[in-house]
Design a protein around this ligand. Sequence first.
Ligand code: ADP
Ligand code: MG
Length: 301
Amino acid sequence: MDEFALIAEYFAGDAGAALGIGDDAALVEVPSGQQLAVAVDTLVAGRHFPETTPPEAIGHRALAVNLSDLAAMGATPHWYTLALTLPEAQPTWLQGFSKGLRSLGAAHGCALIGGDTTRGPLTVSVQVMGAVTAPALTRGGARPGDCVWVGGFLGDAAGGLNDAAQGRHSALARRFHYPQPQRALGEALRTVATACIDVSDGSVADLNHLLSASSVGAEIDLASLPVSPELVGSVGHEAALRLALSGGDDYVLCFTVPADTRAACLSGCYEVGRVTAEPGLRLRDGTGALIEEVADGYRHF
Ligand code: ADP
Ligand code: MG
């Protein structure tokens, strides 16, 4: 199958751009009065996902991580492009990959409008574009006294990594394979939250990014970290909390809101601590005692 047949078969056909796939560049119309929000993420086989990952999950994940970045800005996704490097054009693989990618795009109203296809070690790069009414949500607006919240269970994806790598179809493996970007929550938080980030490298690491961008600190109550019954059942309570602090790949939002906030979008979210003027992140256990060491998140370098 040549490059053009491959594109026509698996990646053609989304509407949603002024000019989509087939010319030298796509053309899009940003809604007037809004800013363009752009994010890109690359997934390399063996590094960002195990070689055994089903193609459908690779497609889903490649877009999901990008949609999560846009959600963290309070932006609405509209378009994405795909740079795909493949060792070979294998129809069953391409079918699964394209299904995972495109059904998530459809679910979020995000259209595939272009890309690039090359031969080489499996690498998937997705760039997503969206629109947001200024001011967008950023990492930089948290103030002392704000409450720290997270959008869902933490640690599940890291807890599912082993199952996923060994091809076991557990609920936790599903959480690793099919992260659900919190688009609607991000959109709602734009006018509610003071700062926001999506948790990709572990809640401690990512909350620390938010805190430094805001020039504040925080105290987190370990007992209030939301961990799923599945995770606790699989690894026990203590290991679950450790994964909730340092495990990556959850793609839930972590955000701050003024203390008196009562917003509908907070239902289903969890309050985990307070923003402080004193910089740094401090953890308290169930009794309120300070925990010394703070586990760090995943870093590539
Ligand atoms: P050019 O050589 O001008 O860069 P290409 O031959 O690479 O153009 O691509 C032709 C068209 O197909 C372009 O519109 C491009 O955006 C699109 N395209 C290429 N690869 C992909 C892909 N993997 N997914 C979606 N669109 C793609
Ligand atoms: Mg090209």
